[in-house]
Ligand binder design. Structure first.
Ligand code: SF4
Ligand code: SF4
Length: 418
């Protein structure tokens, strides 16, 4: 006896070309996944897998579900070409359920977009997420081509296609230790490019280096309008052994909070109702009692899973790892894997493994400990990790969250009261 339908709504991020990408962004956690699948592996999703996933994803939606969203990600999903996505649309029409709306979104670096893509995305009403890390100098610091050159100009051309065809888009901006020092330049550049919907994604990269280096600044000085003389307090960098350290690209906790706050203060003066920043909208919704819109600040997660190019299902985008494999849609029903004890535990662990600091935190109901992928082991002053590792992990970004929730909540509450 297996489940044809899941009990509750769930969402899939679909990776039709696995980790392959035409760019070589230095911080991309996903590129290293190439090694997980082996040298000779083909990363292109086959027609059979596409068909199976389309049928199962639609079928597996709970009874009464009115919408299902296909979210295409990579790597760089546009490497699959327009014809692949036309097949996907045809299959969605074939397997669509009476009364159910089917939508598509795609996350792209934008560099391969052309008129053919523009016409296709518009005609099929795709919502596009495009990655831009700020103005050219800051964007190009990490987001590079395979030749090691900056990708900003190519991204700009792709953005031009979206604008030319009137395609709905949002900007995904990765916050790293370099651009985090320039919040208003980043925000101003995104607004100048026409962005109205923005998501800021903090980088937290584990590093095997036990003492992550301070930022060696390599941006040419004339390229950066604001002084780069910021000091990184070594005490801000967790001194944890082995893989529990973070890379020198990772945003610092307080730096992330200050970044959000600087933009928040600008936004509330000038942009409320004109620019939608996911973190601000999420906090506002939570304060209004509508619950968090993002899994990171929900008490329980695990309803946003990843379907790899080969049909393999994983617990979450941050956990595409053999340990979090739930099986393959060629062998198991999607709904069974989504509702499996393993996946339910993955979701509830987010809350049950919170440590005592989170449980007694004044911001618990706004934060819920953040994303488990950002929890690092705690260390004693002597440098030993705790014996009870799960209870002693703590969100690396905590200090930033405290700053942001502590200072942004009150102005938002007065906004609600108006
Ligand atoms: S692990 Fe993090 S990103 Fe994944 S579903 Fe949970 S909160 Fe969201
Ligand atoms: S702000 Fe820090 S202590 Fe509070 S719930 Fe979030 S991670 Fe835990």
């Amino acid at each position: 006896m297996h489940n044809v339908r899941a009990e509750h709504p769930f969402h899939l991020l679909i990776k039709p070309i696995g980790p392959l990408c035409n760019l070589d962004c230095e911080y991309c956690f996903y590129l290293e996944k190439e090694q997980m699948f082996g040298d000779k592996h083909s990363f292109r999703m086959t027609q059979a897998t596409l068909e199976r996933l389309t049928q199962q994803y639609i079928e597996a939606q709970p009874a009464g579900a009115q919408e299902v969203n296909f979210a295409w990600q990579g790597g760089e999903p546009t490497l699959m070409g327009v014809a692949f996505f036309q097949q996907a649309i045809d299959l969605q029409r074939r397997f669509g359920r009476e009364g159910m709306r089917i939508t598509n979104s795609i996350q792209t670096n934008g560099t391969l977009l052309n008129d053919e893509w523009g016409a296709f995305l518009k005609e099929n009403d795709f919502l596009v997420g495009i990655s831009i890390d700020g103005p050219e100098d800051l964007h190009d610091h990490y987001r590079k081509t395979k030749k090691g050159e900056g990708s900003f100009q190519q991204v700009l051309a792709g953005l031009g296609i979206l604008q030319k065809f009137g395609i709905d888009y949002n900007v995904l901006c990765v916050i790293n230790r370099v651009n985090a020092e320039h919040p208003l330049e980043v925000y101003g550049a995104l607004k100048a490019l026409g962005a109205e919907h923005i998501q800021f994604i903090p980088i937290v990269e584990y590093s095997a280096d036990p003492a992550p280096r301070l930022i060696p600044q390599t941006i040419p000085e004339q390229a950066v309008p604001v002084s780069l003389t910021f000091q990184i307090d070594a005490a801000d960098i967790p001194k944890v052994p082995g893989a529990a350290g973070v890379s020198d690209r990772s945003v610092l906790p307080a730096q992330f909070g200050d970044f959000l706050l600087a933009i928040f203060n600008e936004w509330r003066q000038a942009d409320i109702g004109r620019v939608f920043v996911q973190q601000f909208e999420n906090l506002l919704a939570t304060l209004m009692g509508r619950g968090p819109g993002i899994c990171v600040h929900a008490p329980v997660c695990g309803r946003s899973l990843v379907l790899e190019h080969d049909g393999g299902l994983y617990s979450c985008d941050h956990f595409v790892d053999p340990q979090y494999s739930l099986g393959n849609i060629s062998q198991h029903a999607l709904a069974d894997m989504v509702e499996s004890p393993q996946q339910r535990k993955f979701g509830t662990d987010k809350f049950t493994t919170l440590n005592s600091e989170c449980k007694s935190c004044p911001y618990l109901k706004l934060c819920y400990g953040g994303c488990p992928a950002h929890r690092l082991p705690r260390v004693s002053p002597k440098g030993d990790t705790s014996a009870d590792a799960s209870a002693q992990t703590h969100n690396y970004l905590c200090e930033g969250y405290k700053r942001f929730f502590g200072q942004a909540s009150r102005p938002l509450i007065s906004l609600i009261a108006r």
